[in-house]
Design a protein. Structure first.
Length: 228
């Protein structure tokens, strides 16, 4: 599958390791930086979603090729030692994408009412309200400052991830992704409402999040493979 991530904000908070480990499926261990687990809330817009067909041809699915998406994620190590992302939730504005991802990949997608717009001066206004189960809401405004983000170890830990993990059919499975290194900028954000962590029993610390912004990134993803 090929896709483009546009107008993406990384907002990260440190949380106690034990709290995150208690909510992970068997076989996955928290990946730690500076003694903490990290929770990320990541709003963006998915665009140019295309699926591989016969041979090298790709095709797009109506209503599932462009839509807002919002992730609650942490970082883990799989039984084979590979580090990557674990998603507690992935909210999407496309019902077809939600159903397809749940059935095809076992990913915890939720159908949400979502709106995203960008002002002429580059401020992204983002709103998501989850439908039906695990109620959660996210409302924020954010933008790039125009200054490149520091190339430090924390940035790499939080963003340079090329695998995602799920527990499915009694085993840990991995989906591997490929993309160019992130071009990340410093960001400013006003997060008005954020109950995604609360919907999974997490309480965020009383501190400002670590913020990064990316305008666009193209990536490819492959089907899941069993790792344990």
């Amino acid at each position: 599958m090929r896709q483009r991530w546009s107008r993406l904000l990384f907002a990260h908070w440190p949380v106690p390791v034990a709290e995150v480990q208690a909510k992970l499926p068997a076989g996955l261990e928290v990946d730690v930086f500076d003694g903490w687990a990290w929770l990320g809330v990541v709003p963006f817009t998915m665009e140019q979603v295309r699926f591989r067909g016969v041979g090298m041809r790709t095709f797009r699915v109506p209503t599932a090729h462009a839509f807002p998406e919002l992730n609650l994620r942490t970082y883990v190590v799989a039984p084979d030692g590979r580090a990557g992302v674990y998603f507690f939730s992935l909210d999407a504005g496309s019902l077809l994408a939600v159903v397809g991802a749940r059935l095809g990949f076992g990913l915890p997608y939720f159908w949400s009412s979502m709106r995203e717009s960008t002002s002429p001066d580059g401020v992204v206004s983002y709103q998501s309200t989850r439908r039906f189960v695990r109620p959660a809401e996210f409302v924020a405004r954010y933008r790039s400052t125009g200054k490149e983000a520091a190339q430090d170890d924390l940035r790499r830990f939080l963003t340079e991830r090329y695998a995602l993990f799920v527990r499915r059919s009694g085993s840990v499975q991995a989906g591997y992704i490929s993309h160019a290194p992130w071009s990340l900028m410093e960001a400013e954000a006003e997060i008005v409402v954020n109950t995604l962590p609360q919907s999974f029993g997490f309480a965020l610390p009383d501190r400002a999040p670590v913020l990064h912004y990316s305008n666009v990134l193209d990536m490819e993803a492959w089907t899941l493979r069993r790792v344990s």
